[in-house]
Design a protein around this ligand. Structure first.
Ligand code: CDT
Length: 304
């Protein structure tokens, strides 16, 4: 299999609270068609792509909360994504709220992303580990960020799969700000990291950083790419969603840390880049050859 992939990032503009799954799915399939026209092998969609970013509202009614969750994948509503992938010969990844019942009969809820092969096979599943925000209604905020209330911490670690001719890992939104995330993937020799995000421009606990949101977004992802010698595809849900401004800045980053393609709008937009996975060697065999240069004996504090 060729180690050069045409990768597409499918940024989504705002998704209204009342917007039906079928409408979002049709927006996504239309981006998949554009990606196929550009000979893409893979299209990457944002975190919680199928709905509005619902953790911005405090809700107590479990039925109201559960309406944002998926209990099967694919479902009748999401099947058109899988059909489009098959028809177009495209792999795709996307985030969604996952509700499962475990072996003990306990209901569990995760902020999840999947990588799906063109034939519909699930190549990789990740459940978000760094859940930001808070648990209770904080009425002083102009909007809530209740991921800690609605999701539990992911229980799959940071898996890396042999897929699409390379080694692929995923993380979700806030995970990208943590060097540990990228290092966990880097230590498994990831060559491609897929990630989606929903990042408000306004950060209520430290509004003095609002003007830095785009900078911190790219800073984290470019550092993660370079320090681990991996391609990174970071994909936003962007624009003014239910009165909350979300940053855009969707981009594809080379293992050198350089942004090679970037969205220029805050709406539905598709960008592509030709990504040669062998370019990871430039970094992984040299400046960040872990076997040669890493000093784990001196990193004990990192895990204590
Ligand atoms: N979705 C998500 O993780 N968003 C956070 C917002 C800042 S923390 C409240 C992020 O890290 O981008």
């Amino acid at each position: 299999m060729s180690r050069t992939l045409v990768i597409a990032a499918g940024q989504l503009g705002p998704v209204a609270r009342k917007e039906k799954r079928s409408s979002v799915v049709s927006r996504m399939t239309s981006l998949m068609e554009t990606a196929a026209d550009r000979n893409a092998d893979l299209v990457v969609f944002p975190e919680l792509a199928l709905t509005t970013f619902f953790p911005r509202w405090y809700m107590e009614d479990q039925a109201e909360i559960d309406a944002f969750f998926e209990t099967e994948m694919p479902s009748e509503e999401t099947l058109p994504l899988f059909d489009a992938a098959r028809r177009l010969g495209l792999a795709f990844s996307f985030g969604f709220a996952e509700k499962t019942v475990d072996d003990n009969g306990e209901t569990r809820r995760f902020n999840t992303s999947l990588l799906v092969a063109p034939d519909g096979a699930i190549l990789l599943k990740y459940r978000k580990i760094h859940l930001p925000g808070h648990r209770e209604n904080e009425t002083w905020r102009p909007f809530q960020h209740l991921e800690k209330r609605y999701f539990e911490t992911g229980d799959l670690g940071f898996p890396v799969a042999e897929a699409l001719g390379g080694r692929v890992g995923m993380c979700i939104c806030n995970d990208r700000r943590w060097p540990e995330t990228f290092r966990m993937l880097g230590l498994q020799k990831a060559e491609l990291v897929l990630l989606g995000y929903n990042t408000p421009v306004h950060y209520p606990p430290a509004p003095e950083h609002d003007h830095l949101q785009d900078f911190h977004n790219h800073l984290s992802m470019q550092a993660g790419a370079y320090q681990n010698g991996t391609w990174v595809v970071g994909v936003a849900k962007a624009g003014c969603e239910e009165g909350c401004d979300l940053i855009g800045g969707t981009c594809i980053i080379a293992p050198t840390g350089e942004i090679v393609a970037r969205c220029s709008t805050l709406g539905d937009e598709l960008i592509t880049a030709v990504c040669n996975l062998d370019r990871c060697r430039e970094i992984q065999d040299n400046i960040f050859d872990f076997a040669q240069h890493r000093q784990p004996r001196h990193y004990g504090l990192l895990v204590t």
